[in-house]
Design a protein around this ligand. Sequence first.
Ligand SMILES: [Zn+2]
Length: 205
Amino acid sequence: MLPDPLLHLIELLARLPGVGEKTAQRFALHLVAERSGTARALGDALSLLGDRVKSCQRCGNIAEVDDTGGAVCLVCRDSRRDTSLLCIVAKVQDLLAIERSGAMRGRYFVLGRLLSPLDGIGPDELPLERLFVRLGEDGVREVIVATPPSVDGEATALLLARELTNRGVAVSRIASGVPHGGDLEFADQITLGRAIEGRRALESR
Ligand SMILES: [Zn+2]
């Protein structure tokens, strides 16, 4: 019933998180009908995305590509940050949520995934080597583990506690203000701020 290019757009939009078939169709039809050039601007923005935006080569946050083809994010560029303090998160959305709380004065490291024995994700699948390089480069003395309070998040925190304590780094875990199984991304700023301030030292076992 709909032309192929439109069906293709609907199919692509429906792949986005939280967008179902109906919402995708509503977006697509809106873009076709509206006259203020949003569709073209959106297309231009999307085509630039691949060339101009990458993962930060230091921490995994989202960063803009510079003239040399490298990408270092705004947090890593900020010289006022305490480089001896590093906060480890599972994903970029969690980094952004913690940034909004304003409670983190150090820098970050994004793991990209969590330990998950059931899904076959073991320690070798985590970017630990890159993390260890980062610790040395920045002279990190304290790490705050801000993985989510889920089974996988706790397992990852324990692994990190063991590996980092062995390297002489103090490791703490964000306090349990975030509900178990909850998502950091959706925690409010005050809860997240308190969770960071009320962090506890993690014993390695
Ligand atoms: Zn960065």
